[in-house]
Design a protein around this ligand. Sequence first.
Ligand code: AMP
Length: 427
Amino acid sequence: MTFKELQIIEPIQKALSAEGYTHPTPIQAQSIPILLRNKDLLGCAQTGTGKTAAFAIPILQHIFNKIEYSSGKRKIKALIVTPTRELAIQIADSFTAYGKFTGIKNTVIFGGVKQSAQTRELNRGVDILVATPGRLLDLTQQGFISFKDIEYFVLDEADQMLDMGFIHDIKKIIAKLPHKRQSLFFSATMPPNIIELSRKILGQYERVTVRPEQATADKVEQAIYFVSKRAKTKLLIHLLQTENIHSTLVFSRTKHGANKIVKLLDKADIKAEAIHGNKSQAARQKALANFKSGVTNVLIATDIAARGIDIDELSHVINYDLPNIPEIYVHRIGRTGRAGASGIALSFCMQEERAYLRDIQKLINQKIPVITEHPFLNFDDDVETPSNKPTQQKKPRNKHQRSSKSGNSNWRNKNKNRRRPDSRNRN
Ligand code: AMP
């Protein structure tokens, strides 16, 4: 399957080649034909599967085929709503990249920064708007945004939206949308409240599923370290010093915990930065830019801040704390092994987190191999030997020793060394 066979127009095909995309990812191959037929879509897929291009390409193509350049100020024809600022910026970056030979304009709006630069762009006129819910409603109430001409609506990361308490904002947004539109609804998980929300948004839809369990099982090597709470940082330092870790995202449950890890790593001469909700937008962007450019190799993040961050070549994800919601584990380890590449996810598990581990293994339907030998195994008496004997005891091989297990990896290879510039999109 090629993009040409999917009947993607020439200017977009050219941009995709420039991005190094040779073949569509499974979600793209399945979704693009449905969307080009103007159908609504319910997509069950996490970030890392190529879902942004799956919706961005058909939207660009529809707009390109209809656009009338002589008709004065551009009107917003497509609205993409996504939960976090980082994700919003990345989606807008993708529209800019895939649409660079189409003349279609996008802009991105999100909270936590002054609105003047954003309203200036809106006043100039854009075809596509990418937004987080709060700022979208705020600028709409102030009269900077009209929903009147919207023909394409995407609700991205719906489960995360609900987790973050955006349900009322989402309902207000839906109420303002024109009745006649094409709607796309993406969520990594599909619990009943998400299905219910999707019914409010979608008309007659088709469903595409790229199951997170598959992503987990197929592409990411996982391992568990049983370790006491006190020894977690020591183990982290040990791994960062001895394993072949090029770039790792370390997940901390709390913002305070993330800051503490940075300080302790600093004492061990390991440069790391933290991103979480208490940091200013500028500080988060800077930490991300440093990480992307290789100035730092370790980024400590909370779940919400890390959600949707698009970093190519992330060799490891380390779960410093195990999440109490098993789906979050799937989201986290999806940060490595992105879009068909393979990666390694290491998780620290203290006594109190054993129940979380059980839930995770149940969800992914796998027993995660346990590393039975490491220097901090008996560091503290809150560690007990796992009662159930591990299925595998060897360490995951490092990245250079591993071979690709994914049959889909070919579409990814050309794109391997690309690092996305951290610039904001205002074309
Ligand atoms: P997403 O799931 O949209 O966050 O995409 C994950 C990553 O896959 C991003 O870095 C994209 O640039 C990359 N990507 C998306 N589609 C393709 C493709 N067809 N070939 C190679 N890389 C892709």
